[in-house]
Design a protein around this ligand. Structure first.
Ligand SMILES: Nc1nc2c(c(=O)[nH]1)N[C@H]1C(S)=C(S)[C@@H](COP(=O)(O)O)O[C@H]1N2
Ligand SMILES: [Mo]
Length: 513
C-alpha cells in the first residue's frame, strides 16, 4: 500500500464519520422541530434523558447533583449528545464499509427514541412521531451522503468530487442545526402557559400574614436572605422538559382509601379559602453546608380540608402524590392531617408558582424533605399505605420517609481569606416543624460559643444567626452546630445525603491576613 493510498483511506474514514454525524444532526433537528409542534414532552432528548434519569440509581443522582448542582440537566443533555455523536460517526464509517449497516444503527436509534417516548408516563397520542421522523430522516441522509462518498473512496463509479461531498455533508448538518434551533424557538413560543400565568390574579389569603418580624433578618452581606427570591430558589426535579399545564385543563383527583373520590378543578380550588404559610423547603440531596434549600411564603389551600372531604379510611397511613409527569412522593398521612400548614400551593412569594416550581399547583409540607412531600405539577393524591405503594425515590434506594434533620450552615465567612480584626460569623439553622433553639460556634476546636439567634418566623422556617469574632492572623477552622426546640444537639456524625439526608457539622477554613 502506498503512502498516498493510506492517506486517502484515512480521509475517507473521516469523511464517512462526518456523514454519519451530519445525518444524526439532521435527524435530531427535524425530530425536535416535530416534537415542538406535536408534543414537546416527546422530544427524543427529553425522553431518552428522562428514561436515564428514571433508571439512574440513587448514587448516580447524588453524584450528578454533587458534580453539576442544579446544572445536572445540562450535563445530562451534553452527555447524551456526545454519546450520540460517537455512535453516529461510527455508523457513518460502517455504512461506507458495508452498505446498510450504518443505516440500521441510525434507524435503530430512532426506533429506540420512539419506543421510549411511547412508554414514558403521560405519553400523548403523538409520542411516536419524533422518533420515527428522526430515524427515517437520519437513514435517508446517511444513505445519500455515503452514496456520494463511495465513488470518491474508489468504491463506485466516478463523477463525484471531494468538494461536492463536503458541501453536501455540511449542508445536511446546517439544515439539521437550523431545524434544531427552530424546534427550540417553537417550543419557547408555546409560551402561552407563561402568558396565562402572568395574567393570573391570585386570590388573597383569608387571614394574610404580616411581614416577617423585623428582628428576623440580620442583613449581613453574604448571609442568605431569610426569604429566598423565586428566581434564586433552588430547583430539583426529574423533568427535563418542564410540564406546562394550562390551569383550565388542571384537576386534582383524590382517590384510594377514601369514602368518596373527589375531583377538584382549578376554578373550584380558587374558590376555596386560601392560607399563607412561610415554609422552608429543603432537598434530601443537600450536602452539609449546601444550598439546596430555600424559604418562601406559600399561598394555598390546606390539604387536610380536601382529605376530610374525601373521607380517609382509618387503615391508611400514607398519601402518594403524583405529578403530571409521573413523579410520586409518599407523605405520611398524619403530616397532611395534623394542624401543620400542609398546602396545595398555588402561590410563591406573592406570585403564581413559577412554572419550574410546579405551576399551577404543588404540595408544600413543613418538616419533610421535598422528595417525600413537595410534589410539583400535582394531579393526584392517592390515600394508601406504606406497605402497599412505593414512591419514585424509594424504589431507587432512598428512605420511604424523610423527616428533616437538624442542620446549620456557615454563610459568612465562606472560606478563603478574611481581614484580621473585628468581624462576624453568620449563617442559617433549620429543622422545619421542630424549630431551632440555639446555635453554637467553635473556632479551632475551642470552646463552643453561643451565637446570637435572630428571631424566627416560625418553627417551619430556617433562622439566621451571628457571632461577633475577633479574627487573629493565621489559619482557622470555624464549625457550627444547632440545638433544636426538642433539646437535640446537631450530631457530629457525618452521613452522606443518601438515603435520608446529610448530617454532620459544617466547617469552614479561613486564612486571616
Ligand atoms: N413533579 C415533581 N415534583 C417534585 C420533584 C420532582 O422530581 N418532580 N422533586 C422533589 C424534590 S426532590 C424536591 S427537593 C422539591 C424541590 O422543589 P423546588 O424545585 O421547587 O425547589 O420538589 C419535589 N417535587
Ligand atoms: Mo429533593
Amino acid at each position: 500500500m502506498t503512502h498516498a493510498m493510506r492517506e486517502t483511506r484515512a480521509g475517507d474514514r473521516l469523511r464517512s464519520a462526518a456523514a454519519g454525524l451530519s445525518a444524526a444532526v439532521i435527524g435530531v433537528g427535524v425530530a425536535e422541530l416535530v416534537a415542538a409542534i406535536v408534543e414537546p414532552a416527546a422530544s427524543p432528548f427529553a425522553v431518552i434523558g428522562g428514561g436515564l434519569i428514571d433508571l439512574a440509581p440513587a448514587w448516580a443522582k447524588d453524584t450528578a447533583i454533587a458534580l453539576f448542582g442544579t446544572g445536572d440537566k445540562i450535563a445530562l443533555i451534553t452527555g447524551i449528545a456526545l454519546v450520540l455523536a460517537v455512535v453516529a460517526a461510527g455508523a457513518g464509517m460502517l455504512e461506507l464499509r458495508r452498505s446498510g449497516l450504518g443505516a440500521v444503527i441510525l434507524g435503530g436509534l430512532g426506533a429506540l427514541a420512539l419506543v421510549v417516548a411511547m412508554t414514558r408516563p403521560g405519553a400523548g397520542p403523538f409520542a411516536w412521531a419524533p422518533g420515527l421522523v428522526a430515524g427515517v430522516v437520519a437513514v435517508i441522509a446517511v444513505r445519500t451522503l455515503i452514496g456520494r462518498l463511495r465513488p470518491i473512496a474508489g468504491l463506485g463509479p466516478d463523477g463525484e468530487d471531494r468538494r461536492r461531498f463536503l458541501v453536501w455533508t455540511a449542508g445536511v448538518a446546517a439544515v439539521g442545526i437550523v431545524t434544531l434551533i427552530a424546534g427550540n424557538v417553537a417550543r419557547g413560543a408555546t409560551r402561552s402557559i407563561e402568558a396565562v400565568r402572568e395574567a393570573l390574579r391570585l386570590p388573597s389569603a383569608a387571614r394574610p400574614l404580616g411581614s416577617v418580624p423585623a428582628g428576623a433578618e440580620l442583613d449581613i452581606p453574604g448571609l442568605a436572605p431569610l426569604v429566598t427570591p423565586n428566581a434564586e430558589f433552588y430547583r430539583i426535579d426529574t423533568a427535563l422538559i418542564v410540564p406546562r399545564i394550562d390551569p383550565a385543563d388542571w384537576s386534582l383527583r383524590i382517590h384510594g382509601m377514601v369514602d368518596r373520590e373527589v375531583v377538584i378543578s382549578w376554578g373550584e380550588l380558587l374558590s376555596l379559602p386560601m392560607q399563607e404559610a412561610d415554609v422552608t423547603l429543603a432537598c434530601v440531596s443537600n450536602e452539609v453546608g449546601g444550598s439546596l434549600i430555600g424559604n418562601a411564603r406559600w399561598l394555598g389551600h390546606p390539604v387536610r380540608e380536601l382529605l376530610a372531604r374525601a373521607g380517609v379510611s382509618s387503615d391508611a397511613d400514607m398519601v402518594l402524590s403524583t405529578s403530571s409527569d409521573g413523579f410520586t412522593a409518599s407523605t405520611p398521612l398524619e403530616a397532611l392531617t395534623d394542624d401543620r400548614d400542609a398546602l396545595l400551593a398555588i402561590g410563591m412569594n406573592g406570585e403564581p408558582l413559577p412554572i419550574e416550581h410546579g405551576f399551577p399547583v404543588r404540595m408544600v409540607v413543613p418538616g419533610l424533605y421535598g422528595y417525600v412531600s413537595a410534589t410539583k405539577w400535582v394531579t393526584q393524591l392517592e390515600v394508601t399505605r406504606f406497605d402497599r405503594a412505593t414512591a419514585y425515590w424509594t424504589t431507587r434506594g432512598w428512605s420511604e420517609r424523610g423527616p428533616i434533620k437538624l442542620q446549620s450552615r456557615i454563610d459568612v465567612p465562606r472560606g478563603g481569606s478574611v481581614e484580621s480584626g473585628e468581624t462576624v460569623i453568620a449563617g442559617m439553622a433549620w429543622q422545619q416543624h421542630v424549630g431551632v433553639a440555639g446555635v453554637e460556634v467553635r473556632i479551632d476546636d475551642g470552646e463552643w460559643q453561643r451565637a446570637e439567634l435572630a428571631e424566627a418566623i416560625s418553627a417551619d422556617t430556617w433562622v439566621q444567626w451571628r457571632l461577633p469574632w475577633t479574627a487573629e492572623s493565621g489559619r482557622h477552622a470555624i464549625e457550627c452546630r444547632a440545638i433544636s426546640d426538642d433539646g437535640e444537639t446537631q450530631t457530629d456524625q457525618p452521613a452522606a445525603p443518601a438515603p435520608d439526608g446529610a448530617q454532620g457539622w459544617h466547617r469552614v477554613d479561613v486564612t486571616v491576613a
